[in-house]
Design a protein around this ligand. Structure first.
Ligand code: ADP
Ligand code: MG
Ligand code: ZN
Length: 490
């Protein structure tokens, strides 16, 4: 399949007869143990400036050594995105800024490792990929002051733990035609990175950061308009809002003055608008030159094949697999849950639980809700324990509320025996017989309500359910109570 001829020219028009054009640059941190050119730990959230060494601090005489696993992960991305994996070289991108103590960043420039490719989105549109290259992350600067913005800051703090963390920058062609499609693209790309084990994809931790290039043109025009680049969008919501704002701004500008000036802009989340950072004239001249301390990178065929073999199932295959486990005809709600489960990398756990006897529908529900809400713990959860829990709930041995409480306990411990946890919590299920007895007692104790219920006042079912719940200390299952009430009602 060629991406060029399948790209759908879907044209959501931006206000009247304008078309939105977006190209995205996505930076993904790689899930390696160590940094790209030194043995410092690659970790998020550690005490600032503890994961540093002479190499990533740029001390004189230190030399970079390329992390081969980072190269392998970059090749996995290239393979998953149908890129050509090529021999590549590293350049120094020179700039003076306190977030990079070397005063340059090592990045791939005109000979990147992955070239060309495409990503197919769940709506069947396709976005072509220009390149996906390796580079090191910079340190993290935090501006201290009321607004967190540079201009109003009292001082800045810099953390070099992130300096040298491996990144792949994935650059798309300007094939995206709406804010919604941009969000869909990032969501699917994130799912690819998670599915292939390349990244944890956590936007809230900065593992995935997006720059959006946005322009507008008259509907039907073939030439692109002048673009602005909006830097460092770190949530899907910001991405969508920033594009919508920027499109409206540019349309108004072109209608009033006929031109847009090419510039880099910043998205101000609280003000809900983009503001200028620098114009094309002020753009940095990075004076790229080949990194003299690193040899060209030429992965041989065997290494490339190994990386390609480790790609595994892509998100669309994974969604298909889960959908098949659900019986093949999912409800819209189940489809949504399948997307969440695959997007969070929880589908292997669900599939393993189903193999061990858990009913797929309930396993998917618990994964999309409870497991996705506690991802770190969920990814370490024993599938057998999860399977057993879901089975207990499905068989009515635990109510939904009890099941969630036991699951929380299993997540905290990384596993365990759900039956034992349930006993510990006093969650022994009521037998059918004892539930029937309790319902009978409640009915006998409330003859007036019962006759109204029998006469057709359906909302009294809630009253009886509440009474039974109270009498059983919440151990009864709502569905079982409803069934028993139905049985007793003449
Ligand atoms: P640079 O190196 O200055 O960032 P690139 O040519 O690599 O420039 O393009 C960067 C990004 O801008 C790419 O994702 C590309 O798709 C996007 N892009 C280029 N032209 C336009 C345009 N007219 N409108 C929207 N996006 C664009
Ligand atoms: Mg750019
Ligand atoms: Zn280091």
């Amino acid at each position: 399949m060629s991406a060029t001829d399948t790209h759908r020219a879907e044209t959501p028009v931006a206000g009247g007869d304008w078309e939105t054009v977006v190209g995205l640059e996505v930076h993904s941190e790689l899930k390696t143990q160590t940094k790209l050119f030194c043995c410092c730990k690659n970790a998020f959230g550690d005490e600032p400036n503890t994961n540093v060494c002479p190499v990533c601090l740029g001390l004189p005489g230190s030399l970079p050594v390329l992390n081969s696993f980072a190269v392998e992960l970059a090749m996995r991305i290239g393979t998953a995105l149908h890129c050509e994996v090529r021999p590549s070289i590293f350049h120094r991108k020179n700039y003076f800024y306190p977030d990079m103590p070397k005063d340059y960043q090592i990045s791939q420039y005109d000979e990147p490792i992955n070239v060309g490719g495409w990503l197919e989105l769940p709506d069947a549109s396709t976005v072509r990929i220009v390149r996906a290259h390796l580079e090191e992350d910079t340190g993290k600067t935090t501006h201290q002051g009321d607004t967190g913005r540079i201009h109003a800051a009292d001082y800045a703090l810099v953390d070099y733990n992130r300096a040298g963390v491996p990144l792949v920058e994935i650059v798309s062609e300007p094939d995206i035609r709406s804010a919604a499609q941009a969000r869909l693209y990032v969501t699917e790309l994130r799912a690819v990175l998670v599915a292939t084990g390349v990244s944890d994809g956590r936007m809230e931790e900065g593992s995935l950061r997006v720059d959006a290039n946005v322009s507008v043109r008259r509907a039907g025009a073939t030439a692109y308009g002048t673009r602005c680049e909006i830097k460092n969008l770190n949530s899907l919501r910001s991405l969508g809002r920033a594009i919508d704002y920027e499109v409206a701004r540019q349309v108004a500008l072109v209608e009033a003055t006929g031109v847009v000036l090419q510039e880099t802009r910043h998205w101000d989340e609280s003000a809900g608008r983009t503001v200028p950072l620098r114009s094309k004239e002020e753009a940095f001249d990075y004076r790229y030159f080949p990194e003299p301390d690193l040899v060209p990178l030429e992965p041989d065929a065997e290494w490339q094949a190994r990386a390609a073999g480790a790609v595994g199932l892509l998100p669309s295959d994974r969604r298909e697999r889960l959908t098949a486990l659900l019986g093949g005809a999912p409800t819209p709600q189940q489809s949504e849950q399948v997307h969440v489960v695959v997007g969070q990398g929880l589908d292997d756990l669900v599939a393993a639980a189903v193999t061990q006897g858990a009913p797929a529908d309930l396993a998917v529900v618990r994964a999309a809700n409870e497991l996705a809400a506690d991802l770190d713990a969920a990814l370490a959860l024993d599938p057998g324990a999860f399977a057993h829990l879901v089975e207990m709930e499905a068989q009515g041995a635990l109510t939904a509320t009890q099941s969630k409480a036991v699951l929380a306990e299993l997540l905290a411990a990384g596993g365990g025996d759900p039956a034992a946890v349930a006993v510990e919590k006093g969650f022994e299920a009521l037998s059918e017989a004892s539930l029937a007895t309790v319902v009978r007692e409640v009915v006998d104790a409330n003859p007036e309500e019962w006759s109204r219920f029998v006469a057709g006042e359906d909302k009294l079912a809630g009253f009886f359910t509440g009474q039974v719940m109270r009498a059983t200390g919440g151990k009864a299952d709502g569905k079982a109570i409803a069934a028993e009430l139905r049985r007793l009602r003449p």
